[in-house]
Write a protein that binds this ligand. Structure first.
Ligand code: SF4
Length: 459
């Protein structure tokens, strides 16, 4: 997971990229970077940390130009160090290229071995650099053909935005795992991982970049091509469950409304007698509202979130996550004490955070705790960019729902079914990847068709 932003031919390109990245901060908190071109010279700044500290205004003042791309990083491959911060920049014989990547390539080792054998030297440990090496080695004629040639060799998920001295190119992988949106600010085209970045920068949403589409934006305007073999769509359903911002529209769906629908479905599938519904804020808020509206049980704000603590889930180490959980959420005793509570959570990954939260609710005097989860049990790792890498870390991989309920010390536990989840997707459930729930991994095969494999793919 990462956040991307790009803008072509705008006098405030750097500042708008800064604000775009600010609104995409939830997609990555480890590093931030902006690359800008004035048509001749490319300059950049990237640093570890949140956008507000990494991209201070005095540093941005040195970045001059009207074409810019930016990136916020959440590491799934490569460690959390400055060398791996993006956009990744490379000089090659025809000029400078910068690339910002959201996603995760699944044939990295194989490609890297081959490239190293052929003499490539890697500067970073991120998979995105592979794309640049493949591009610079391609024998094709034009830059766009070289890029298509490079991307046709990679597997997995990618949305990329590239910058050269005088153009921006955006590509979404043929299965469309991650979202990428196109907008316009006045006469200037802009790109962002989610539409919330357009709201903040005053851009008008035009459409999503389609799976397998390459968009080139330069002085001639916008040119769209589909250079890859068509695949079956595999939009990441977890974006709508947890990752994307609720005020965004992705995959032709509003995230807020989708999450509320998941909560309604949850109330139908797992009703219970209770006094109040509370959410694990913030990502559980919308499903909790749906659960409350469907069940008629009043919604209370029984847990208060400290907004100055980052998302625990996307901190890179377990010890950081544990501290983050305790710092982040605090129950309101006056709301909780003596009550039968439905607690709505968007998802359970390792179960460690849920256990700590249930304990805190018991200490606050909850009479009964009925945990409801607005997605199915996560049993399989994601190879496409969400950080739950090994099966052993996933509480639902080895344990039944009854065992998890016992482990978490709740009176009852109910997960939304897979049918309930895909049935709530207005873009049509068949267009989504559900591999972390179902184990059916979208598999890209050479003849351009796509099939689903029942077992986990090893990488
Ligand atoms: S495996 Fe899960 S998290 Fe990964 S892309 Fe598929 S739906 Fe998204």
């Amino acid at each position: 997971m990462c956040g991307l932003f790009g803008i072509y031919n705008h006098k405030d390109a750097v500042n708008l990229t800064y604000f775009g990245l600010y609104s995409l901060q939830h997609r990555g908190q480890e590093s931030a970077g902006i690359v800008v071109s004035n048509g001749e010279k490319v300059s950049y700044h990237k640093e570890m940390g949140l956008v507000s500290s990494a991209l201070e205004s005095r540093k941005l003042k040195k970045l001059l130009g009207n074409i810019a791309i930016g990136h916020v990083r959440y590491s799934t491959t490569g460690s959390s160090v400055i060398q791996n911060a993006q956009p990744f920049i490379a000089n090659f014989k025809k000029g400078v290229i910068a690339i910002a990547h959201n996603g995760n390539l699944t044939n990295t080792l194989e490609l890297k071995d081959k490239l190293e054998e052929e003499g490539s030297i890697f500067q970073t440990s991120v998979d995105s650099e592979i794309i640049v090496h493949l591009l610079t080695k391609s024998k094709k004629e034009t830059f766009e053909e070289k890029l298509a040639d490079a991307l046709s060799q990679v597997k997995g998920s990618y949305c990329v935005i590239l910058l050269t001295e005088n153009k921006i190119i955006a590509v979404r992988d043929p299965e469309g795992f991650k979202p990428l949106c196109l907008g316009k600010i006045g006469g200037s085209y802009t790109l962002a991982s989610e539409t919330c970045a357009f709201d903040i920068t005053g851009a008008k949403f035009i459409r999503e970049i389609e799976p397998g589409e390459m968009v080139v934006i330069d002085n001639d305007g916008l040119k769209s091509t589909k250079p890859f073999l068509k695949q079956k769509n595999a939009f990441c359903i977890f974006e709508l469950v947890y990752f994307a911002r609720p005020d965004s529209n992705i995959y032709n769906s509003n995230v807020y409304m989708t999450r509320k629908a998941l909560g309604r479905g949850l109330a139908k599938e797992h009703p219970v007698k209770a006094d109040i519904v509370i959410a694990i804020p913030d990502s559980g808020n919308y499903a909790a509202l749906g659960y409350s509206q469907e069940s008629g049980i009043p919604l209370e704000l029984g847990i208060i979130r400290n907004h100055y603590v980052g998302r625990t889930f996307i901190q890179p180490t377990q010890s950081m996550r544990d501290v983050g959980v305790k710092l982040k959420l605090n129950p309101v005793v006056e709301v909780i004490k003596g009550k039968r509570i439905v607690v709505v959570e968007d998802s359970i990954v390792r179960g460690t955070t849920s256990r700590i939260r249930v304990k805190a609710l018991r200490e606050a005097g909850a009479k009964e705790i009925h945990l409801r989860v607005s997605c199915p049990p996560i049993k399989f790792p994601c190879h496409y960019g969400i950080d739950f890498p090994s099966k052993e870390e996933l509480v639902a991989y080895k344990h039944s729902v009854a065992d998890i309920a016992k482990e978490l010390n709740v009176d009852s536990l109910g997960y939304l079914s897979l049918e309930g989840l895909v049935g709530a997707m207005s873009a049509g459930g068949e267009n989504f990847c559900t591999a972390c729930f179902s184990g059916k991994y979208p598999e890209q095969i050479a003849d351009g068709s796509s099939k689903y494999k029942l077992e986990e793919k090893s990488i």
